[in-house]
Design a protein around this ligand. Structure first.
Ligand code: HPA
Length: 246
């Protein structure tokens, strides 16, 4: 059993350096998780890994069973989660290939099962979500990056869009006016569900592309794949030493 889990996103559906100890299917009241949980060792540390989009990257952002994933991780005793996510860059310094640790979220998603507090309630519950990410875990990621001399952006507001399509150029302009620095499709309801289960949760965002309209021409999958593969190598290094900093 280990206390730290990594939820992998696009470009991060497996970690080849993870020495796998076991795989486990967890039955949940909310249905199936995206994949069996993988227990393994990365660096000198134990981790549990769960690819959000499934082992073969077949589950789109709006179809991810966020409740099952979070419930299963909590059920096996996970206390801390680092969510790895591919995002589009909006703020000037969010260059493709860079890594950011966001500190705020704006939620634009809809129609997703976004709470555990729904049925059989004895009272209505409103969780505090003023600071959507766990600051101690964010700081751990920043310290680990510093130890590795890794350039990392220490803050940012994550705009969570519904997808699976990418945004229009004007939608990106609107997100920017709202205060979003980066944009992705999986940040919510994952973060809120983690908070409902009292789990520490932080996001390690890898910028895959400029937001729509911020570069010449359309957003190309080839460009996304290229930027993600470089960024995710750095994320792996970061995660492999993170337990020493949290
Ligand atoms: N928008 C939304 N989600 C994303 C993007 C984007 O530009 N790039 C990677 N995930």
């Amino acid at each position: 059993m280990t206390g730290l889990a990594i939820i992998g996103g696009s470009g991060f559906t497996s970690i080849k350096e993870l020495k796998i100890v076991k795989r486990e299917i967890i039955r949940t009241p909310f249905g199936e998780t995206s994949a069996p949980l993988t227990y393994g060792i990365l660096g000198d540390h134990k981790f549990v890994f769960l690819p959000r989009h499934g082992a073969a990257h077949t589950i789109p952002p709006h179809k991810v069973n966020y409740r099952a994933n979070l419930w299963a991780l909590s059920h096996i005793g996970i206390e801390k989660i680092v969510a790895v996510a591919a995002v589009g860059g909006i703020r000037k310094d969010m260059l493709p290939g860079s890594i950011a640790i966001p500190d705020q979220i704006i939620d634009y998603t809809y129609g997703r099962a976004n709470t555990f507090y729904e049925d059989d309630l004895t009272h209505v519950t409103h969780i505090d979500f003023t600071e959507p990410y766990t600051e101690s875990l964010r700081q751990g990621l920043l310290k680990a990056a510093e130890a590795l001399n890794l350039d990392i952006i220490a803050n940012g507001t994550y705009g969570a869009t519904q997808g699976p399509r990418l945004e229009t150029a004007q939608e990106i302009n609107k997100l920017e006016r709202d205060g979003c620095d980066l944009v992705g499709m999986t940040g919510m309801p994952e973060a809120a569900l983690a908070r409902e289960l009292n789990l520490s949760y932080a996001c390690c965002a890898v910028v895959a592309n400029w937001g729509a309209g911020r570069n010449h021409g359309p957003i190309l999958m080839t460009e996304i794949d290229k930027n993600l593969s470089g960024g995710m190598e750095k994320v792996k290094e970061l995660l492999s030493i993170l337990p020493s900093y949290i």
